[in-house]
Design a protein around this ligand. Structure first.
Ligand code: UD1
Length: 420
């Protein structure tokens, strides 16, 4: 197993190019199940989660070529409709094949994702919505067995909670359904917006893109003609590098970003005393004279993303005063707290609220990654801690960050990937 060894205390400098968004590429790749043509996609991030989904599609019968960030995928040969446990257990987002498989074939069997490190993460809202669209759903032997013999039909769906992959699954199911599906309380994340735009350019009638009420008129099982797709930049990767600049109090630039997707993150960096400059799809963060404490409450887009909570918690350790960070989306998303305390951090955790006392003197330590974003918080702490840090179990990081140590080293960090 690989681990990262970080020599802390270095300043960073320069520019880093942000990769395509994993969370946009995953539903886009799943949506190619709805395509009648071979689809080409650019700006695909080189991360394990993408390879896992492609592997799943290959098992289903798809053919693809992936050259660096260019993907060509042909799902015309898909004949199996079973998403097996061995794949789904390694990546929950495999559930994204449920909607498209069911709408194209009228049946599918998708292993039920289990719990995960950051919370229970049920998929009840996905299933209820598909039932409203005429699917018959049973859970048998750990699998979701979904059937809609005569195809799915449009329905009026009101999500009890905003769910990103739930919204995406229903949009993909609705694209081939009969009639109009309305989704109320839909997710507004940029990744959902791109999925809608891609399906719209493939001929699906979609209204309300980017709002909390989306209407989709289905093609009655006629497959779609996709145009080439360029995946949007990864706003979470960009936010993580901005935090790397901030935590080392250095000037760095993130390139190839869509600035508006990072509004909530930039607002918090500015409140903490970091000036930022945006131009030509790039954002530069400048060192702060004083780092101020911050109050953060995670919420759905356009609010502050839960996927940036761990990184800001690490950054709050450098602030002069007490920061308060509240996690509203996932019940157990503070696994990084006890690991950050191994660096010497003082953090009090009560329920879903972390109180962070800064500025903390951080010393390098052996720490364990527990989930994707928690891992990046440990790397950030390692960049600023005095001495050597070893981050173990970095397969979590590899799920979602493309060439992390390479990119940070190019900015002046000292990180080695070693074997346990
Ligand atoms: C997606 C992102 C993930 C991000 C999360 C929240 C992808 C591949 N993953 O995850 O990086 O952290 O959005 O922004 O895009 N819920 C239910 N029932 C359901 C579905 C969700 O109760 O059927 C709950 C969840 O437990 C959670 C909340 O709703 O508390 C939001 O989850 P959701 O938006 O579905 O997260 P994901 O789509 O899994």
């Amino acid at each position: 197993m690989d681990y990262l060894e970080i020599e802390g205390g270095r300043k960073l400098k320069g520019s880093v190019k942000i990769s395509g968004a994993k969370n946009a590429a995953l539903p886009l790749i799943a949506s190619t199940i709805l395509a009648k043509n071979r689809v080409s996609m650019t700006n695909i991030p080189n991360v394990a989660d993408i390879r896992t989904l492609l592997q799943l599609l290959k098992i289903l019968g798809a053919q693809f070529e992936l050259n660096n960030s260019d993907l060509n995928i042909d799902t015309s040969g898909v004949s199996s409709t079973t998403a097996i446990y061995d794949i789904v257990r390694t990546m929950r987002a495999s559930i994204l094949v449920l909607g498209p498989l069911l709408s194209r074939f009228g049946h599918c069997e998708v292993s039920l994702p289990g719990g995960c490190a950051i919370g229970q993460r049920p998929i009840d809202l996905h299933l209820k919505a598909l039932e409203q669209m005429g699917a018959n759903i049973e859970i048998k032997n750990g699998y979701v067995i979904a059937k809609a013999k005569n195809g799915l039909r449009g329905a009026h769906i009101i999500f009890d909670k905003i769910t990103v992959t739930g919204t995406e699954n229903v949009i993909m199911a609705a694209a081939l359904a009969k009639g109009k599906t309305t989704i109320v309380n839909a997710a507004k994340e940029p990744e959902v917006v791109q999925l809608c735009e891609v399906l719209k350019s493939a001929g699906v009638e979609i209204e309300g893109i980017g709002s909390d009420e989306i209407a989709v008129v289905g093609s009655e099982r006629e497959l779609l003609e996709f145009k080439p797709v360029d995946v949007i930049p990864d706003r979470i990767e960009a936010g993580t590098y901005l935090c790397a600049g901030a935590i080392t109090n250095s000037e760095i630039t993130v390139e190839n970003v869509i600035e508006s997707h990072l509004d909530a993150v930039i607002t918090k960096l500015n409140q903490m005393g970091f000036e930022t400059e945006t131009k030509n799809r790039s954002i530069t963060i400048k060192p702060a004279a004083k780092i101020y404490p911050v109050e953060i409450v995670t919420s759905e887009y356009p609010g502050f993303p839960t996927d940036m909570q761990a990184q800001f918690l690490a950054l709050a350790l450098k602030a002069e005063g007490t920061s308060i960070i509240e996690e509203r989306l996932f019940e157990n998303r503070f696994m990084h707290v006890s690991e950050l305390m191994r660096f010497g951090a003082v953090i009090h955790l009560k329920g879903n609220i972390a109180t962070v006392n800064g500025p903390a003197k951080l010393y390098g330590a052996d720490v364990m990654a527990t989930d994707l974003r928690a891992s990046s918080a440990l790397v950030l702490a390692g960049l600023t801690a005095k001495g050597k840090t070893k981050v173990h179990r970095i397969y979590h990081l590899d799920r979602g960050y493309s060439k992390l140590e390479e990119k940070l080293n190019a900015l002046g960090a000292s990180i080695k990937r070693l074997k346990e």
